[in-house]
Design a protein around this ligand. Structure first.
Ligand code: NAG
Ligand code: NAG
Ligand code: NAG
Ligand code: NAG
Ligand code: NAG
Ligand code: NAG
Ligand code: NAG
Ligand code: NAG
Ligand code: NAG
Length: 645
């Protein structure tokens, strides 16, 4: 009997083994550009895009497809995602996470881009500026054939392909919009899959696939073909690329029967040994779970489980009331942040990452380990992470008094900060950065210093949030997401243009933040029309009238000289050449009166007169949006992140 159980166990594992492949190879990437988007709209579009994307993941994790809408009027973003129905849920999650990362290449960020579609072999994602959910066909539909023609007998191959595709396009609409199968005639086999998106009704599905059938004709002599329409996906191949072990919808001949026999034997055994089967089920589930975790985490698993840095996904889910929107604290480029209360009453901030870290989990955990060791009064402490759940989470110390951004441009705008508090916050921020750059043993570049990343304790001690994100994602993966989060106004020119990242990029962002805090004005990178605050401050500095820009809500309750000094330090930090910017430890000394305040010699933006930095830099102001050329290095980075399995 135990032999029988063992056999059954082996069978289950075998079947499961076939399942695991998220098929993340890119089949088609369609990025539509539309030059009508105004500059003003872009930031809203990005925000709505991120919000719409955010909604998809948890829904996909529940039912494998999701649609969402965010925004109003002409900045509405419609988003949709779906996995191929033969994918297991965990592969589906993985595939979708990767498609989401890749879709970033087509953000409503670059000039005019307002729509994008990405077909991976295992899943599909699309966003657009109109309601496309029930669309069958569209002008951007694509057919992709392999370059090489089929090696064997052409006549037979073509006949088999056409028969298969005909059957798929007839059967799929009758079978919940999904069908896989193969045709094997004259010793040549062709395999195929057809799927309509879940939101399409039967007629729309039929229409979509019958179009695919006519389209595929041009591909039929090739080794492989894919039709990627707005409403459906159809593929044929000489390899069995799909997994039909969990569904019974194969049109194959022969193999079906064999499996049917095995299954009937199995169920007979099960019927006889119900109690044993229950035990067995339990064992199998456990083994499978272990295997899955092992596969994802490798040898790291036991370390992670024992580590006090490890939080269980379920615990954090409960702590945030299942990521209820009322617990949401904010949204950043790398994920949204929720307040959570652990069972012992301790409040924490939980960051739900936009990225799935499954592919580099050991690196991720090691970095969390290192970063959690960093402790400084002006840094938000990283407490741990959760990496074994459906999403990757980071757990931080909770800082109660909201961010500096809220006090200037957000919910607490009407409670302006007193001058002494502003000074204290700037000094504390500088100390925190100096520690990250020069004193901590890790030497961390923050790369995303901005007002919303400076949190405030009840006594207004500033705490820098989100440091170390650059280390958590190997190489330069958050580059784009950081840019899209609307932080372009804080990014150093050499970083925007060349992707060159040093501590001096943080010094630049700090300079921008100082100028914002003293002037109370936002440095908006997205409006090309309104004059930049930096430009204005630079011009006033030139004419010795810096005091004119100091925040009027202070109503004169500040020391003019001190405020002007801070502005001068801000300008010094935000000079266009990285070499001219002081280090953060020198900035701290200047702030505390232990160092002479140097004269800024260069404006914070790149002008034609300071083109010395690099002849490649266009003579634009620093705050214009990078065009697709200058951004291509970012694209490469995103691509390198997707490692074909
Ligand atoms: C561009 O977008 C506008 C507004 O959304 C739309 O009316 C127009 O048809 C689009 N143009 C193209 C070429 O897609
Ligand atoms: C869009 O997303 C934001 C942020 O998540 C949310 O506050 C807002 O209610 C959403 N709007 C719509 C129309 O769904
Ligand atoms: C889109 O919205 C912007 C800003 O809200 C507005 O200026 C513009 O006229 C709108 N365009 C259209 C075509 O509705
Ligand atoms: C199916 O969807 C199409 C496209 O949205 C629509 O025109 C059609 O009326 C729908 N048919 C049925 C039977 O619901
Ligand atoms: C097919 O050929 C084109 C042009 O030579 C090339 O860009 C493409 O990568 C090739 N596709 C495949 C699947 O080899
Ligand atoms: C291909 O197969 C068909 C049918 O079996 C046969 O008639 C034909 O001669 C074959 N062609 C070649 C080139 O082998
Ligand atoms: C395809 O459909 C035809 C007609 O319905 C049927 O005779 C044939 O067996 C089918 N082929 C496969 C592989 O299911
Ligand atoms: C069928 O194909 C296999 C492998 O391609 C080959 O070894 C075998 O000889 C073929 N049989 C016939 C009857 O052509
Ligand atoms: C899966 O497809 C293959 C090839 O078409 C076939 O041999 C096998 O019997 C199918 N299995 C199931 C469970 O449908």
């Amino acid at each position: 009997m135990s032999c029988m159980l063992l056999l059954l166990l082996c069978l289950c594992l075998l079947v499961n083994h076939v399942v695991s492949d998220p098929r993340t190879k890119e089949a088609a990437f369609i990025c539509a550009t539309n030059n009508t988007a105004s500059v003003q709209d872009r930031q809203t579009l990005v925000e709505n895009f991120l919000a719409a994307m955010d909604v998809l993941t948890p829904v996909i994790a529940g039912r494998r497809y999701a649609a969402s809408v965010n925004g109003t009027g002409n900045t509405t973003v419609y988003a949709f995602g779906e996995c191929m129905k033969d994918l297991s849920q965990s592969d589906c999650n993985l595939c979708f996470a990767q498609s989401k990362i890749q879709l970033i290449r087509c953000l409503p960020f670059q000039r005019g881009t307002r729509a994008g579609r990405l077909f991976l072999d295992g899943c599909y994602i699309r966003y657009d500026d109109y309601n496309f959910f029930s669309e069958s066909l569209s002008a951007q539909d694509k057919i992709v054939c392999a370059n090489s023609t089929f090696g064997g007998n052409q006549t037979v191959w073509k006949a088999n392909v056409m028969e298969l595709v005909r059957n798929l396009s007839v059967q799929a609409p009758k079978n919940d919009g999904f069908f896989v199968g193969s045709v094997n005639q004259r010793n040549i086999t062709v395999y195929g899959l057809a799927q309509c998106w879940e939101v399409l009704n039967g007629t729309a599905c039929e229409k979509c696939l019958s179009d695919a059938l006519t389209e595929i004709d041009s591909c039929a002599s090739k080794e492989e073909g894919r039709v990627m329409n707005a409403g459906c996906y159809l593929r044929f191949s000489p390899q069995k690329f799909y997994d039909n072990s969990t569904s019974d919808s194969g049109t194959g001949n022969g193999g079906n029967r064999r499996l049917a026999i095995i299954l009937s034997v199995v169920s007979a055994v099960l019927a006889l040994l119900i109690t044993s089967a229950a035990v067995l089920f339990f064992v199998r589930k456990k083994v499978l779970k272990k295997r899955r975790e092992k596969k994802q985490l490798g040898a790291l698993l036991s370390t992670v489980n024992k580590s006090k840095l490890n939080y269980s996904y379920e615990v954090l889910e409960r702590a945030t009331n299942y990521f209820h929107s009322s617990n949401k604290l904010g949204q950043g480029g790398s994920g949204s942040v929720y307040k959570g209360v652990l069972s012992d009453g301790k409040a924490v901030a939980i960051k739900r990452l936009f990225f799935n870290t499954t592919q580099w989990v050991d690196h991720f955990f090691n970095e969390v380990n290192l970063i959690s060791d960093i402790s400084h009064k002006n840094l938000v402490k990283l407490l741990g992470c959760s990496i074994t759940g459906p999403e990757s989470l980071l757990v931080y110390e909770y800082v109660p008094n909201q961010s500096l951004h809220d006090y200037f441009f957000g919910a607490k705008k009407n409670q302006p900060l007193r001058w002494e508090l502003r000074y204290k916050i700037i000094l504390g921020t500088a100390e925190g950065l100096a520690y990250l750059h020069e004193e901590s043993k890790l030497r961390i570049i923050h790369r995303d210093i901005k007002l919303s990343n400076i949190l405030l304790e009840e006594d207004f001690t500033p705490k820098i949030a989100d440091f170390g994100l650059a280390r958590l994602f190997p190489e330069d993966k958050t580059h784009i997401s950081t840019a899209i989060a609307g932080t372009l106004g804080y990014m150093a020119p050499e970083y925007v243009v060349h992707g060159k990242l040093t501590e001096k990029a943080d010094v630049y962002s700090f300079g921008v933040a100082v100028i914002e805090v003293v002037s109370g004005k936002r440095n908006n990178a997205f409006s090309e029309n309104s004059p930049s605050v930096l430009k204005m401050v630079w011009n006033l500095y030139g004419t010795g009238r810096l005091h004119e820009v100091i925040d009027p809500v202070l109503e004169g309750n500040y020391q003019v000289e001190e405020a002007s000094r801070l502005l001068q330090i801000g300008l010094l930090c935000a000079q266009a050449s990285a070499e001219l910017r002081p280090s953060m430890s020198v900035v701290v000394k200047m702030l505390t009166g232990n160092h002479e305040i140097l004269q800024p010699t260069q404006p914070p933006f790149i002008s034609s007169s300071s083109a010395e930095i690099s002849p490649r830099i266009p003579s634009e102001t620093y705050n214009s949006l990078p065009d697709s050329n200058t951004h291509s290095s970012g694209n490469r980075m995103t691509e390198s992140l997707i490692e074909p399995r």
